[in-house]
Write a new protein. Structure first.
Length: 301
């Protein structure tokens, strides 16, 4: 399954998200339940969820994933009020994700904000334990992180420590991000099979509920987390395309989060989503170095 991040706004709300995914030729997608940088959320009753589900059924989209907002930080031990806010907001996001019809909520594990790895991981475990219960319907997919600043989840060992401390860890899954893995020091380009073998020291491969497929602007180990368009970064097209064809991921949502492309129009810089062309490239298995020109030409028609 191949898709991208899509928006959720305007009068069509979630129905518009599905329409956007279909316009890219996608058969899956990822969405936020509202803006990722704030707490403003529409009522579920206003989001056209039944209409969106009907269009998905009609179009053959069987699965999509939701991403938790960036403002959640379960690793914060410095500000108790920020930690408590994160727990409560995560609970609400899990509820909204379930109502929308997804069983996967991708979550950045958290950052220790200067208090150290052990303190941060302990706090993340505490936060997840306060969030999950035996009846939680949606899985939390912990995302592999690039390691910038004090963020945690940059190694499989850190993620395994979180798993081991969570009481209801049958409700946990993984989201692997190719850019993040590269920037954290894993050899995605040269030995992705070896990366998976390293992961399997801690987790069975079926714990991967989602893949974020992104090239990287940085070399391996840079710890910077700067996504690049498919084939234009340090990982390269051949490796990323090969990942989409791995039998292990035949039923796994593979999501593009690559940068929008820009072009000047009427004296102003406009940006355009590259996902239609990138999905087509990956499906054909042929890299197109003229991608930028084709994206801009398509949207200027």
């Amino acid at each position: 399954m191949l898709g991208s991040h899509v928006g959720l706004s305007g009068k069509d709300q979630f129905l518009g998200s599905v329409k956007e995914a279909l316009s890219y030729g996608a058969d899956t997608f990822m969405v936020y339940t509202g803006a990722p940088q704030n707490t403003i959320r529409k009522s579920l009753s206003d989001m056209k969820i039944p209409e969106a589900k009907a269009l998905m059924a009609e179009s053959g989209i069987k699965e999509f994933v939701v991403h938790a907002p960036y403002i959640i930080n379960l690793g914060n031990t410095v500000k108790p009020e920020s930690f408590q806010f994160s727990v409560e907001f995560l609970r609400e996001e899990l509820r909204r994700t379930s109502e929308m019809g997804s069983r996967t909520l991708v979550l950045h594990p958290g950052a220790h904000v200067g208090e150290g790895e052990d303190a941060g991981i302990t706090q993340i475990i505490r936060g997840i334990n306060e969030t999950l219960d035996p009846d939680t319907e949606t899985h939390i997919a912990l995302e592999t992180m690039a390691g910038k600043g004090s963020e945690l989840g940059k190694t499989f060992e850190q993620l395994a420590r979180i798993y081991d401390g969570v009481i209801h860890n049958n409700k946990l899954r993984l989201c692997i991000d190719t850019c993040h893995l590269n920037d954290a020091g894993y050899n995605v380009k040269g030995d992705f099979e070896g990366v998976l073998a390293e992961l399997e020291r801690y987790f069975p491969i079926n714990q991967i509920a989602c893949i974020h497929l992104n090239d990287s602007k940085n070399e391996q180990g840079a710890a910077k987390d700067r996504h690049e368009n498919i084939g234009f970064g340090s990982i390269g097209f051949d490796r990323l395309c090969a990942i989409t064809r791995m039998k292990e991921f035949a039923d796994t949502p593979i999501i593009l989060e690559t940068p929008y492309m820009s072009a000047e129009e009427g004296g102003k810089d406009r940006t355009y989503p590259p996902y239609r062309e990138e999905i087509a490239m990956l499906r054909a298995g042929v890299f197109d170095p003229e991608l930028h020109k084709k994206v801009v030409a398509y949207y200027k028609k």
